[in-house]
Design a protein around this ligand. Sequence first.
Ligand SMILES: Cc1cc2nc3c(=O)[nH]c(=O)nc-3n(C[C@H](O)[C@H](O)[C@H](O)COP(=O)(O)OP(=O)(O)OC[C@H]3O[C@@H](n4cnc5c(N)ncnc54)[C@H](O)[C@@H]3O)c2cc1C
Length: 401
Amino acid sequence: MDLKSNEPFWLVKNGLLATYPSLPDDEKCDVLVVGGGITGSLIAHQCIEDGYKTILIDKREIANGSSSATTSMLQYEIDTPLNELIEKIGEKGAVASYKACSRSIDQLGEIARKIRSKAGFRKKDSLYFADLKKDVDDLKKEFEARKKAGFDVKWMGADEIIKKYDLHETYGGILSKQGASVDAFMLVHEILAYNQKKGLEVYDRTELTEVKYGSRNNEVTLNTGAVIRCKKIVYCVGYESASMIKEKFVDLISTYAIVSEVMPGISRRYKNILIWNTADPYIYLRTTDDDRMLIGGEDEEFRNPRKRDLLIGKKEQKLLRSFGKYLPHIPFRSDFAWAGTFGETKDGLPYIGTHKDFKNSYFVLGFGGNGITFSVTGMEMVSDWLKGKKHLLTEWFKFGR
Ligand SMILES: Cc1cc2nc3c(=O)[nH]c(=O)nc-3n(C[C@H](O)[C@H](O)[C@H](O)COP(=O)(O)OP(=O)(O)OC[C@H]3O[C@@H](n4cnc5c(N)ncnc54)[C@H](O)[C@@H]3O)c2cc1C
């Protein structure tokens, strides 16, 4: 599956951060992590911390799937607003999902500190603003739901937003004191390097092609001809899971992002804030660590990579126009434009759990605008399950829910 166009910003900026071998020989381990994106790296980190002999494989270069195209806003805010999620799945599950995403941001910050990351993890506030006047009532309902659930939120009127952020064409919004951003591509390599020193084996250009699921162990055949015998497999295969699993559980669409030239003076004013809105599809904005502005959105309801990439020029112009509408005082000169596949689920929640067709295995599939924070939650879930413990979120993140 073609997951992204050429030239996602972080892939170009960082270049080849590390190289990994492929695996030509047979191996044994406790846990085989399939997928070397942000999810796989985090799961492998947890497995090493928990003391399992762990191998991670990826059929591409490491972090060359969606994790190279991501814009890496880390939000506790799920694509489905809390008050709507409560209606869909009940208050307990909805609030627990939001709280888990909120915790994940701090947990990722702790990991970044522990591994002495240089991937620019930075805590930020998050402003979710009404794009149209008619969105205000719903947004106020959302504000009340979040306040009731105990989140640190503040309602900002349009005038206050203009005064504080010079952000125009809004009708008010929710300011949250929880959010962050990072360079996910770099972070993956850093997490793997840290864990390789603790025994993690990492192989790229190494594809799982066939599995014999046994009652206690699995036997995994690779494209290299080698076989890995393992007690458990954790599938962190991102959007490609859609072609592994029979039933439909995710809609794959296309999304776009652009990054500006470096503009230190301007971008610094926005360096502590993530901005997104109620439009459908929504628009989002952040700064990068090297003082650029980023705007993304303009989703299309199809996945076809050729069609997706042909639209990049047109989408770049549309994103530039949106930027000019909201921040007219900033001369955004585009330096990078790219497209990626994106996955949406019926409730905005991820799929993390077992699947009846895959014995001795777990899936950690963090979809939607919170893909990364959901992957962090996946660490704690997999860790509990491997120890035979239950996890509160199993019910709401499982297949067939
Ligand atoms: C433009 C864009 C913007 C986004 N913005 C955000 C955002 O702001 N915040 C956020 O949280 N999320 C965002 N996302 C989503 C986020 O990028 C994903 O949730 C995240 O990158 C998924 O990481 P992953 O490790 O699960 O998947 P990937 O990075 O795709 O990694 C999966 C890996 O599995 C490997 N694989 C698959 N099958 C096999 C096999 N059989 N054998 C071996 N290896 C295999 C693949 O090669 C791949 O490298 C965005 C996505 C895009 C495209």
